[in-house]
Ligand binder design. Structure first.
Ligand SMILES: Cc1cc2nc3c(=O)[nH]c(=O)nc-3n(C[C@H](O)[C@H](O)[C@H](O)COP(=O)(O)OP(=O)(O)OC[C@H]3O[C@@H](n4cnc5c(N)ncnc54)[C@H](O)[C@@H]3O)c2cc1C
Length: 481
């Protein structure tokens, strides 16, 4: 292998891999260093893809999507085991890795397996798995080392009954009861996935609400559903101690209560993986959570020609945004006009049920003093919803009262993470209420909920005395109201 590159990328997660491919497309000499034995990062091996595969497997084997018709006890497979869940997981991951490796080969990206550490602002050393160390010079570098689960001292992690979110993927047996500490996105996703297997789930969260960045009405709907199916949400109290005994665990809460379960998942936070990459050799510091500071437009660190992207720079810490950051960083690094980060990007929370949102929430609109009106559709109002046996799920649109422009889209329910992209397109392109009213949607679809919600908003907006919307669907809108 040569020992000088135009770009060295440390970490092969979504940020690193997209950056590497972008640089290769610009005819640059690229080296990706990955310390794990397989490419893909947290996203492919312990985060996004495994958790979504697990979710899909659980929904399929449990018959979850059919329970609206056949009742709560309906199951496709009666005895679902941890082995059943792992089977599909390993196949999916193998396929993902295959595609990634092929992408690197096709684009002449050089890959090396080892731990990278900066020696200076022009050189890294790579500790190879066989013990050798190789020095590599670079013109530009991208730090995309991601994060690892936060593991506080008071939690006696043992890899079998007290686990972090990496370890939960490798459990030998499914528990009959599970306590999840932390009601962030990861905690809530796993809590609802395991609950869909009829495992008794308790969630502990020190804040008084969950997923506070999501529209309040959506969270009300979501938490109602979670409680309705038996998930215990213990909000406003902290886990203070965790004890692992033979066959069960006890979590002591700050308010004096105790929670007993067969398994505990600790999912309250992640730390940037920046401790061992030689930051001092390049004059950079990480914050207390191991994260790096960058220019929010170019992703350059305080050291010229050294960039950072993905979870290592913190919010929003999504695979989707990490990819776009990696690409923007490389465009800037090689003086190619770089696309700006979009103002609006969607959030997808793959809980059961899914949540997805783009644009402003009602709370944000109120805080910013923007006059708005909303329109709501329930999935059970759509024919597609009837066909699928959906009893829950809602879509909410927020429009500017004067301009009628779309300001926010908030969805909870089946297909939310796909449906959101219709709203995202309209929002980003500056579209208005009339788009949804005037255009024909496939029927029967869940997307029809957009039209129903828009008609609901139209009815409310017409109360404001402004008859600016003249559409062929006006009568329909009134009927719908
Ligand atoms: C359980 C879970 C579920 C998630 N679900 C979603 C989701 O549904 N949608 C979504 O958009 N996002 C999701 N995420 C977030 C997503 O996984 C991350 O945002 C994304 O993986 C971040 O990508 P990254 O490029 O920053 O690095 P990572 O994917 O974290 O990869 C970093 C890589 O760098 C390597 N590395 C670290 N240090 C070194 C070193 N010194 N030398 C060489 N290599 C090194 C690591 O081995 C790793 O492979 C989820 C995360 C978790 C944990």
């Amino acid at each position: 292998m040569q020992n000088a590159f135009d770009l060295i990328v440390i970490g092969s997660g979504p940020a690193g891999r997209r950056a590497a491919i972008q640089a290769a497309k610009l005819d640059k000499n690229v080296l990706v260093v990955e310390k794990s034995h397989r490419v893909g990062g947290v996203s492919v091996h312990t985060g996004t893809i495994p958790s979504k595969t697990l979710r899909e497997t659980v929904l399929n084997l449990s018959g979850w999507r059919e329970r609206g018709f056949y009742g709560r006890t309906y199951k496709v497979k009666s005895d679902i085991t941890a082995n059943d869940l792992r089977h599909r997981l390993s196949k999916t991951l193998d396929h993902e890795v295959d595609v990634l490796e092929h992408q690197f080969t096709r684009n002449n990206v050089t890959m090396i397996n080892g731990h990278a550490r900066f020696l200076s602002r022009q050189e890294v050393e790579v500790a190879l798995p066989d013990g050798r160390v190789q020095q590599v010079k670079f013109e530009r570098a991208l730090i995309s080392v991601g994060t690892k689960p936060y593991r506080p001292d008071y939690v006696p992690f043992n890899g079998t009954t007290v686990l972090d979110s990496d370890e939960i993927l490798n459990i030998a047996d499914l528990p009959r009861s599970l306590t999840v500490i932390g009601a962030g996105v990861i905690g809530i996703e796993y809590a609802t996935i395991f609950s869909a297997l009829d495992i008794s789930v308790t969630v502990i969260e020190p804040r008084s609400s969950i997923l506070s960045f999501i529209d309040d009405e959506l969270i009300d709907e979501f938490t109602y559903e979670l409680r309705d199916r038996g998930i215990k949400l213990l909000l406003g109290c902290k886990a203070q101690n965790v004890h692992a005994f033979d066959g069960h665990c006890i979590v002591d809460l700050s308010d004096g209560r105790k929670v007993k379960s067969e398994m505990v998942l600790y999912a309250a936070g992640r730390l940037g993986a920046s401790t061992d990459i030689g930051l001092d050799a390049i004059g950079l510091d990480a914050d207390s959570r191991g994260r790096l500071k960058v220019d929010p437009v170019t992703f350059e660190t305080d050291v010229p020609n050294i960039y950072a992207a993905g979870d290592i720079i913190g919010f929003p810490s999504l695979a989707s945004t990490s990819m776009s950051q990696g690409r923007i960083a490389v465009c800037h690094a090689f003086q190619v006009p770089n696309p700006a980060q979009p103002e609006h990007f969607p959030y997808g929370i793959y809980a059961v049920p899914e949540i997805s949102t783009v644009g402003l929430s009602e709370r944000e609109l109120k805080e910013q003093g923007i006059p708005y009106e909303c329109g709501v559709a329930r999935f059970r109002e759509t024919s597609r919803g009837h066909i699928m046996g959906l009893q829950r799920g809602m879509l909410k649109l927020l429009f500017h009262i004067e301009t009628r422009k779309l300001l926010g889209v908030h969805i909870v329910g089946e297909g939310a993470t796909e449906l959101i992209h219709i709203g995202q397109a309209v929002l980003v392109l500056g579209g208005e209420l009339s788009y949804f009213i005037d255009n024909v949607f496939n029927y029967p679809t869940l997307a029809e909920a957009y039209k129903i919600a828009a008609l609901d908003a139209w009815n409310r907006l017409s109360l404001h005395g402004d008859a600016t919307i003249q559409t062929a669907a006006t009568d329909l809108a009134v009927v719908n109201g």
